[in-house]
Design a protein around this ligand. Structure first.
Ligand SMILES: [Zn+2]
Length: 385
């Protein structure tokens, strides 16, 4: 018997094969937000919710924007050389999917081999625009993990000079540690302006200077004398541009025509926890949550194309909700009478090795359920698992 086969029919059969063969991994979403609360373990979130519940006259049940997200997972945080990580090793693990030693940023544990953050993959391989924001300096460990490479996180000026190589579109932070280079180099502002960035201090300068197509480095402090070394950690005050406002600016720069990735760090949470400052910790988590609200509103406009992930690099302070049988005395804590006997327990002034929570909502958020390693986060975002 002779079978007559229509060539068009054969072609139609082959199309799915070709599509299947040619498909490279697809990033988890067109618009990806990753928030990192520095030092924000699950107990820090629980303590903050307890405070919010106290404000409503309740024992519990109040939620932050992100703690109400439908997906919850847990990530291990240890580094290549320690059970207890620091921010640079954890940032590098989250950003590049590679464990490294404490103190190193954007390099493998040999201290030399550069490892790229997935933000670089997204930009180079998929044409994503990229924004990197923090409530602490832009050359601090967590933001640096997404664009910098150095065997020491302390080489701040060297890390700043790597910003232009990233080609990222928006940087935001409280300033620069080592504003001037250690060997009479250009100031950070001069160096970045000479290498393709417009550096703005404060909201007014942003609004005056920004035009579509410009790459921006935004410093939250508008004060002229802040053109200098920024302390490691500058508290949010009325003069500083809030992280939420910075996020709005970032989204204005990135637009929604092309895909984008935004990393936003609540950096001072860690420092409040180092200092056992309960209200400071609560307020810094609420500050980050305000920026998450901006992302969540964007998600509500683009629900099928947006993914928001919120996690931490490590836990700081070993905090507990309740201590030695005492409940948190929120009235006293909120009044600033934080005398250490207030029902909030702390076990260390350093970091701990506790795993960290991962909250997620939106496209492919289901990938973030369960218990995994912090190095898995980049692979999930790149669509490799
Ligand atoms: Zn710390």
């Amino acid at each position: 018997m002779k079978l007559k086969i229509n060539p068009l029919f054969v072609l139609l059969l082959l199309i799915p094969v070709f599509v299947g063969c040619s498909s490279k991994p697809q990033p988890a979403a067109k618009y990806i937000f990753l928030f990192i609360g520095d030092g924000m373990g699950a107990p820090q979130v629980g303590v903050t919710e307890s405070y919010l519940s106290y404000l409503e006259g309740k024992q519990g049940g109040e939620k932050l924007t992100f703690s109400a997200f439908p997906v919850y997972g847990v990530a291990d945080s240890y580094s290549a050389d320690a059970i207890i990580t620091d921010s640079s090793a954890a940032g590098t693990a989250i950003a590049s999917g590679t464990k490294t030693c404490n103190g190193m940023v954007g390099v493998a544990e040999d201290g030399e081999t550069y490892v790229n953050s997935f933000a670089v993959n997204l930009k180079q391989d998929y044409g994503y625009k990229v924004g990197i924001l923090s409530s602490v300096p832009v050359n601090h460990a967590t933001p640096a993990s997404f664009y910098g490479h150095d065997r020491s996180r302390g080489n701040y000026y060297a890390i700043t000079t790597q910003i232009p190589e990233s080609g990222f579109d928006f940087f935001g932070g409280s300033g620069f540690i080592e504003y001037s280079g250690p060997h009479g180099d250009d100031d950070s502002e001069v160096f970045l302006e000479e290498n393709g960035y417009t550096v703005v201090f404060g909201q007014q300068e942003f609004e005056k200077e920004y035009e579509p197509g410009k790459k921006i480095v935004m410093i939250s402090n508008p004060v002229e004398e802040h053109r200098g070394n920024t302390p490691n950690y500058a508290k949010q005050t009325d003069t500083l541009v809030t992280l939420a406002r910075m996020m709005e600016n970032c989204l204005e720069v990135l637009g929604d025509r092309e895909p984008f990735f935004v990393m936003c760090e609540g950096g001072e949470i860690d420092w409040e926890c180092h200092g056992h400052n309960t209200m400071g910790m609560v307020n810094s988590i609420i500050n980050m949550d305000e920026a998450i609200k901006v992302a969540y509103e964007f998600y509500l406009k683009h629900p099928k194309q947006t993914l928001i992930v919120v996690t931490a690099d490590h836990e700081t302070g070993g905090v507990t909700l309740g201590n030695q049988g005492h409940f948190p005395k929120w009235k006293r804590i909120a009044a600033g009478e934080d005398d250490g006997n207030n029902g909030i327990g702390w076990t260390t002034h350093g970091h701990t090795g506790n795993p960290v929570p991962v909250f997620a909502v939106g496209r492919n958020s289901g990938k973030f359920t369960g218990h995994y390693d912090n190095t898995d986060i980049s692979r999930k975002l790149l669509g490799l698992e």
